[in-house]
Design a protein around this ligand. Structure first.
Ligand code: MN
Length: 177
């Protein structure tokens, strides 16, 4: 386990949201911690409206390399379906959590952070609600700041990849070639 004192100066904390058309469409929200991506599946995606809570179910950590992955996961593999990089950028823990490592914040079960993404920006919070075996249910919601805007709906107005501008259908079609 690492703590902030060991974090090299200037190391960036990255976030990525991958839109994933598996059995059900969902958004995989990932925060970097050292060389792994701490991950949640968010069925409805992150809201831009202040205090509108969305369910986030913890999933396995992914390697950092996965942050740029777009393509099709084969039928017989875990997460089979099409993956797009829907948003990415940097994040930072804020307020009382600013000096914590992400691991410590996760252990505490509640933390605030700011996203500096291409589609999503501003403060968010996560709160752990329940634990079922290895799986944790969290709520994620937008803090009421100048970036909060309930009229925005980037899932529908900006549906395509921030890396390649492709739609899920484009990615699926190009992977089949
Ligand atoms: Mn997924």
């Amino acid at each position: 386990m690492k703590n902030d004192k060991n974090r090299p100066r200037g190391e960036k904390n990255l976030f990525v949201i991958q839109k994933h058309q598996a059995t059900n469409l969902h958004y995989d929200f990932r925060l970097s911690d050292g060389d792994v991506l701490i991950s949640w599946a968010v069925p409805k995606g992150l809201s831009t409206a202040a205090n509108e809570k969305r369910l986030a179910i913890s999933t396995d950590d992914h390697p950092m390399d996965y942050a740029d992955f777009e393509g099709v996961i084969p039928e017989d593999e875990y997460g089979a379906g099409t993956v797009m990089v829907w948003d990415n950028g940097e994040y930072e823990l804020i307020g009382e959590d600013a000096d914590k490592s992400l691991r410590k914040a996760l252990k505490d079960g509640s933390f605030k952070f700011e996203l500096h993404g291409q589609k999503l920006a501003g403060g968010y919070a996560m709160i752990r609600m329940d634990k079922k075996g290895d799986q944790e249910e969290w709520l994620i919601f937008k803090l009421d700041d100048s970036n909060a805007d309930g009229r925005r709906n980037p899932e529908s107005t900006q549906p395509d990849s921030v890396l390649t501008d492709r739609s899920l259908e484009d990615i699926r079609r190009e992977s089949a070639k």
